[in-house]
Design a protein around this ligand. Structure first.
Ligand code: TXA
Ligand code: MG
Length: 323
């Protein structure tokens, strides 16, 4: 596999990484849990590139990383429990799931179309400096190919992703080595969705009462921990018709690729160039846009079932399947 660029964390490499991120590229960076595969969370195309590089079979929502608590004010709606956990465990190996602000600039693709956002402030000095320097929310799953072990060294990242990542910032071995604890704080009682670097006991001590760990069948757990995986989660209000090559009645048309006949009561194109990366970045935004009672439904053009097209079709099928 072609080797990616690996640079130790210093002022020059951090400046280079921040510039790459601002231009929509992928940078792997150290955190105390595992190495993250970072992209500008406000740039849908950059976020789509994360899914593509990982070969992630579907758009599982991503964690958004920022440098400090203040930087979250633009992204999420705070509540008292979240504040308490935030001041107790950040920076550190904890992720909070909170309601997205209406004006949140994070790409809908990063949160898989959900109304919540998973956010984290990592403690690793390299991650801290990078996030401060770039000044943008950074979406970052673990920096490994989908289904493979999580990376805790720069070499792991290089082995798993090769030159699919534009730069790897080398910041030693991840001290925590397991992913962050993901806590849903949108419910009156917080629930641990994924056990991780902060223990249940630590959390209970701060809150002053017991909390539940989400325990269910693996399938349920996946659905709950990743609400994006639920069968009808993405259902628009109006019917969706897939693999459509023409529109009927008063349908809106969501096209893909070069399309001479711009038909339909409304017309949007996921990617006129037929770029699946661009299509993935546009998917949730355009579905939202066409989901209007004025139309009898949304006809969606066939999307090639390769690369990111598999994830797009997976999401479209769930959207069609209105439960
Ligand atoms: O330690 C970590 O958390 C690492 C480092 C890089 O920060 N990141 C990481 O990301 O493990 P990832 O993508 O492998 O895991 C994200 C987890 C998944 O279980 C996902 O379902 C959950 O967070 N998640 C993300 N957004 C969510 C949301 N809005 N609601 C519920 N769960 C969410
Ligand atoms: Mg992972």
């Amino acid at each position: 596999m072609p080797q990616p660029l690996i640079l130790p964390v210093d002022d020059a490499s951090l400046a280079r990484a921040a510039a790459l991120l601002r231009e929509g590229n992928l940078v792997a960076f150290p955190t105390e849990t595992v190495y993250g595969l970072g992209a500008d969370a406000t740039n849908g195309k950059a976020v789509a590139a994360i899914y593509e590089a990982k070969g992630r079979p579907s758009f599982n929502p991503l964690i958004i990383h920022v440098a400090n608590i203040k930087a979250l004010d633009d992204l999420i709606e705070w509540n008292e429990t979240a504040r308490l956990l935030a001041t107790s465990f950040w920076p550190g190996p904890m992720t909070l799931v909170l309601p997205r602000k209406k004006t949140c600039p994070v790409s809908l693709l990063a949160s898989a179309g959900l109304e919540t956002l998973a956010v984290r402030i990592p403690a690793h000095p390299g991650a801290q400096k990078l996030l401060q320097m770039v000044g943008l929310p950074i979406a970052a799953p673990s920096a490994n190919a989908s289904g493979k072990l999580s990376p805790t060294t720069p070499a792991h990242v290089a082995q798993s992703l090769g030159d699919k990542v534009d730069l790897i910032l080398a910041g030693g071995r991840s001290q925590v080595g397991v992913e962050s604890t993901v806590i849903n704080v949108t419910t009156p009682e917080p629930i641990i969705l994924r056990p991780g670097g902060i223990t249940q006991e630590q959390i209970e001590k701060i809150l002053g009462h017991k909390i539940s760990l989400f325990e269910a069948s693996l399938a349920d757990q996946e659905a709950h921990a990743s609400p994006g995986m639920m069968q009808s989660h993405y259902a628009p209000h109006i019917p969706l018709r897939l693999n459509a090559t023409t529109v009927v009645d008063n349908e809106a048309y969501l096209s893909f690729g070069p399309d001479l006949a711009k038909t339909g009561a409304a017309y949007l194109n996921l990617s006129p160039q037929g770029d699946l990366n661009e299509a993935a970045a546009n998917l949730f935004v355009m579905l939202h846009e066409l989901d209007k009672p004025a139309y009898s439904g949304i006809a969606v053009a066939p999307i090639p079932n390769i690369g990111l097209g598999i994830a797009i079709n997976d999401r479209l099928k769930r959207a069609e399947n209105r439960g």
